[in-house]
Design a protein around this ligand. Sequence first.
Ligand code: RTP
Ligand code: MG
Length: 137
Amino acid sequence: MAGNRTFTMIKPDAIENTGAIIKMIQEAGFRIVALKKTQLTPERAGQFYAVHAERPFYGDLCAYMSSGPIVPIILEKDNAVADFRKLIGATNPANAEEGTIRKLFAKSIEANAIHGSDSDENAAIESAFFFAQTEQY
Ligand code: RTP
Ligand code: MG
């Protein structure tokens, strides 16, 4: 059974841990549908996080997310969105459970290693932000 999809992105602070993070994701039962390495401009980071435009951390977040390479990935698994959020842990690594990706690899509440979509609808929007339909298998 194919399951449903979520979108993730390894953030600039964790790029050197890409191999270990992908291994954890695959061992948790997620199938890779699409994957690449790229870098956001500050403008494109702003578009991706437009929902946070009014938050005090928005400017810092856009600068940070465009400061180095990222690895966007589309994943597939039953209950993908919720199960992936569980695998990555809380936004602030200080509050993340033991064994989660953020507990292991995040440096701060901002440089928190990895993104995970918060709904099926946003997973589809975020996937389309980085990948054409013809790149999603
Ligand atoms: P994400 O969207 O990246 O998966 O993270 P999230 O749902 O756990 O957290 P969200 O509230 O959507 O925040 C998006 C990203 O903004 C940065 N952030 N900085 N300085 C701060 O107080 C603060 N709060 C959030 C983090 O990089 C967070 O992942
Ligand atoms: Mg979020």
